[in-house]
Design a protein around this ligand. Structure first.
Ligand SMILES: [Zn+2]
Length: 298
């Protein structure tokens, strides 16, 4: 089944809802980064949430989520242009803990709680909107509930999940977000709370073959699906972009790459693709830097 996202609305319960399956793209991220299970779970949850945040926004708004909770996994970062494509990384992909009592992946322990969840929304016009909230449990879902409440004043239910097998393969991944609309009543809140009591884990539902529409249909019998969006892990790195990155490095440092290493190898942090620059290419970059410096001096 392809990864996709749906956006829907329940008029009788005054809620809007998003649901997505992200199994394939989480496996792509796992392969790019050689993720161990806890890192697959943490990154998979963050990617699903980031894609749903993107779906809440206008086209071409760049949404970047950064989580740093001081745990062994380090920084987790995911970014989307709200077009269904996401790219993401974790600082330390080879991290794995399980909770002793349940045997479940200990995402909260890996992420930590001594830090923040940051959301940057950039429409490319004015200053980007930056929100930082303190992490609650590091389990990601709870942290987004808190983010929506504090930063956007929208009461929300957030469910994110990733199921990994004993060979570290991602069996299922995805999530849903339900948000109360401003006209929601006490009855709507109670309805949603009751529905969520004992609601199955999202990763189990997806593993059973449930679609995003099925899952929203389990919450609301009148769910009206408004939009579909295909989802992919896609990195937009290129040799040109890497060259532009080297252009920002001090000339002496580029000279050192030539003298000491006789070239340079850059690795894209989002997809681990390697880009090699020869001595000649580095010399050209130094020359281009000098030319532009001279140009600016005129
Ligand atoms: Zn890349």
């Amino acid at each position: 089944m392809k990864d996709y996202l749906v956006r829907g609305i329940s008029n009788s319960h005054n809620c809007r809802a998003f649901a997505c399956t992200t199994t394939n793209l989480t496996n792509v991220a796992r392969e790019h980064h050689d993720l161990w299970p806890c890192a697959s779970a943490a990154l998979g949850r963050v990617m699903a949430a980031t894609l749903m945040l993107g779906a809440m926004n206008k086209d071409h708004e760049k949404v970047t989520v950064t989580i740093n909770g001081g745990g062994p996994i380090g920084t987790i970062l995911a970014t989307t242009m709200s077009d269904g494509n996401v790219k993401a990384f974790v600082a330390n992909p080879q991290v794995h803990y399980t909770y002793n009592d349940t045997g479940k992946l200990a995402v909260g322990l890996c992420v930590g709680t001594d830090g923040t969840l940051q959301v940057i929304r950039d429409m490319g016009l004015k200053e980007p909107m930056v929100s930082n909230v303190p992490l609650q449990t590091g389990e990601i879902g709870d942290d987004f509930v808190y983010y929506f409440m504090v930063s956007e004043q929208v009461p929300s239910v957030v469910s994110l999940g990733v199921l990994v097998d004993e060979n570290n393969v991602v069996l299922s991944a995805g999530g849903f977000i339900v948000q109360l609309l401003p006209e929601a009543t006490e009855e709507d809140i109670t309805y949603l709370e009751d529905k969520m009591l004992g609601f199955p884990a999202i990763s189990s539902l997806i593993n059973e073959g449930k679609t995003p529409e099925d899952i929203l249909g389990m919450i609301f019998d009148d769910i009206e699906i408004l939009d579909h969006q295909d989802l992919n892990f896609e990195c937009d790195c290129s040799k040109e972009r890497m060259r532009a990155a080297i252009m920002t490095v001090a000339t002496e440092e580029i000279q050192a790459m030539i003298d000491e290493d006789h070239g340079a190898e850059l690795v894209c942090q989002f997809c681990n693709k390697k880009y090699h620059f020869t001595e000649e290419e580095l010399k050209d970059i130094i020359k281009a830097k000098e030319d532009s410096a001279n140009w600016n001096r005129r």
